[in-house]
Structure formats: structure tokens, C-alpha cells
Design a protein around this ligand. Structure first.
Ligand code: SF4
Ligand code: SF4
Length: 206
């Protein structure tokens, strides 16, 4: 199981400088979503006239269903400067992949819980690290896309775009660079060094 926690109001406000389209995923039963807190935050954004539309749905990690739902709301998405996704890390990555070059932000952190993990087929992986980095990396998870789970850039060992640890996989940080370039956010690579808080990576046992 896993739990998603809304990021702090300060972090969310720093991401949303313009108009936003919001996606809430209230999907699978293995995930606990911060529905009440999210609703309160969305009410504030609505009152400020910053929201072009809200989609509340399930299983946004299913790309085919997601694409149909997003295309029905394409005008609202185009009107927004960014898309805010309130879901686990897999959902955010699925939306970011489909909507590139639109900036897509993660509104939640994903935290691991003990117990059964669902078997939904997914294109992306979230390590449930407890401190989501997707807002720095263009929606590609550095924990799972990089063999060393680096959060501050490439190790320097890639060859021809392939990872030095596993030559069968693309270097995650080269993918991140290309995504940031496509979304006009390469300046994210100049942001202060990220210090990973490993305390958030522990399973919640209480
Ligand atoms: S950075 Fe990766 S592992 Fe951590 S919560 Fe985000 S998607 Fe999951
Ligand atoms: S080559 Fe790329 S994916 Fe592989 S460990 Fe280094 S930075 Fe990570």
C-alpha cells in the first residue's frame, strides 16, 4: 500500500504562478489520497480565479483511458500555464509524458506503507520515496529512472545515452535533460542542490 500527502501550501503556491488545470486521482484502493486537504486548496485557487478546470477521476496511470479524458478537456488544459496532478508518483509521470511540453507538477509526496501492493500494469515506476522530486526533473522519477537514484544530475558515466550500470536502459538523467529542455525548464538544473531526506524513505509502520 501507499499513501499520498499534499505538499505544503508554500511549495504548491511557488509552483503555481499562473493559471492551472488540476487532476485529482481518486483511483486504486491501495492508495490513500488527501481528498479533504486537496479540496480546500482547490477552493482557494478557484476563488482566486486561477483554475481553468478540474478533472477528478481514477486510474490516471492507465495511459489509454487518461488520453481520452484529457483530450475531452484539451481547451481547458491549453488555457492553463501548468497542470497540477494530485496522485501518486506514477500518475504524475503518466500525465507528464502525455502532455509534454506543458509543465506538469506533482502536488503530492508518495510514501510507502506496509501491506499488499496492487498489480495494476503501469508504464512508469515510483519508488515511494516520501519526498517527490518530479517538480525538479520534468516529471521523470530520478529514483527509479536512474540506476543510482541520483537526485542532483548525471553521474557522468553514460555512453551514447545508455546507463553505465545497465547498458540496456537509457540514462535517466539524459531523459530528464531532454524533458526539461522540451518544457522550457532547463533553469531547474541551476536550482540549489537537493539533499535527500532519507527519513522520509522509511516505511510508515504506525
Ligand atoms: S521522486 Fe520518484 S520515487 Fe519519489 S515520490 Fe516522486 S515518483 Fe515516487
Ligand atoms: S548513467 Fe545515468 S542513469 Fe546510469 S547511474 Fe549514471 S546518471 Fe544514473
Amino acid at each position: 500500500m501507499l499513501i499520498t500527502e499534499l505538499k505544503s501550501k508554500e511549495v504548491l503556491e511557488s509552483l503555481l504562478t499562473g493559471k492551472v488545470f488540476i487532476i485529482n486521482c481518486h483511483g486504486c484502493k491501495e492508495v490513500s489520497f488527501p481528498e479533504k486537504e486537496a479540496e480546500e486548496f482547490e477552493k482557494e485557487l478557484l476563488a482566486a480565479g486561477k483554475v481553468t478546470g478540474i478533472l477528478t477521476t481514477d486510474y490516471i496511470c492507465n495511459p489509454e483511458n487518461l488520453q481520452v479524458r484529457l483530450e475531452r478537456r484539451r481547451a481547458m488544459i491549453d488555457e492553463a500555464d501548468a497542470v497540477l496532478v494530485l496522485s501518486c508518483g506514477v500518475g504524475v509521470q503518466t500525465v507528464a509524458e502525455y502532455l509534454t511540453p506543458k509543465p506538469v507538477f506533482a502536488g503530492c509526496d508518495t510514501v510507502r506503507l506496509p501491506g499488499f501492493q496492487g498489480v495494476t500494469p503501469q508504464e512508469f515506476d515510483c519508488g515511494q520515496c516520501g519526498e517527490c522530486y518530479l517538480n525538479y526533473t520534468g516529471g521523470i522519477c530520478p529514483i527509479t529512472a536512474c540506476s543510482k537514484s541520483l537526485v542532483n544530475g548525471q553521474c557522468g558515466g553514460s555512453k551514447n545515452g545508455k546507463c553505465e550500470v545497465d547498458p540496456n536502459m537509457e540514462c535517466g538523467w539524459e531523459r530528464i535533460y531532454r524533458r526539461l529542455e522540451a518544457t522550457g525548464r532547463l533553469d531547474m538544473l541551476k536550482c540549489p542542490t537537493q539533499v535527500r531526506n532519507f527519513a522520509t524513505d522509511a516505511e510508515v509502520t504506525k
